[in-house]
Design a protein around this ligand. Structure first.
Ligand code: ATP
Ligand code: MG
Length: 173
């Protein structure tokens, strides 16, 4: 199965980001269904059940020093090569970056390729854009509050990709 660690958007944040997109976020790519909105922390890739179990136990055994928190999605950006239009924080998110780094590292123990690019927290709004989206009239202002992180299974079906939460881990204070 294909897996990754990420943050879920709570229902309010999901709705707020979706509403902002309806009003201001136009692009010529495929709109990500709001139900699929997520913030990727660490992409792991394909694992079998044994590796999945090893990875989950490694995360269980680790005591994250990242507490709960929030990140404000207040800017948009465009990556031309994958054609991704995204919303993300304008402010650095060092706690999330540390969490992402640690999860990448744990993933490396079950064969995940090490990410070379620096962590860029974002929620993908559109994929496969062929032209830069127009600048929005107003930026998003969506607060994403988190108190846990999630291991997702990514499934490619006939109706497109869907994500299933495999396991959650709390982020204490
Ligand atoms: P699709 O690939 O069908 O467009 P998707 O990209 O949402 O859908 P996955 O490819 O399974 O589904 O990716 C799951 C998450 O991991 C997404 O947030 C994606 O951007 C991220 N991701 C996928 N591949 C990588 C990679 N090689 N490096 C970093 N992040 C990745
Ligand atoms: Mg992909």
């Amino acid at each position: 199965m294909r897996i990754f660690f990420g943050l879920e958007l709570d229902p309010d944040a999901r709705r707020a980001l979706s509403d902002w997109r309806d009003r201001h976020g136009f692009a010529d790519g495929r709109a990500v269904p709001a139900v699929n909105f997520h913030l990727t922390l660490a992409f792991i890739g394909a694992v079998d059940n044994r590796k999945l179990d090893t990875l989950c136990r490694a995360v269980d055994d680790w005591d994250p020093d990242t507490g709960f928190g929030e990140v404000v999605l207040d800017q948009v950006g465009y990556w031309p090569k994958p054609g991704i239009y995204w919303a993300g924080p304008s402010q650095p998110a060092p706690a999330l970056a540390a969490l992402a780094r640690k999860l990448q590292h744990l993933g490396g123990q079950v064969g995940a390729r090490l990410e070379k690019k620096p962590f860029a927290p974002h929620v993908t709004l559109y994929r496969s854009c062929t032209a830069p989206p127009p600048a929005p009239a107003a930026p998003p202002t969506v607060t994403l509050a988190y108190d846990h992180f999630t291991l997702f299974e990514s499934h490619m079906g006939r109706l497109g990709v869907s994500y299933r939460a495999v396991e959650h881990w709390p982020l204490g204070r």
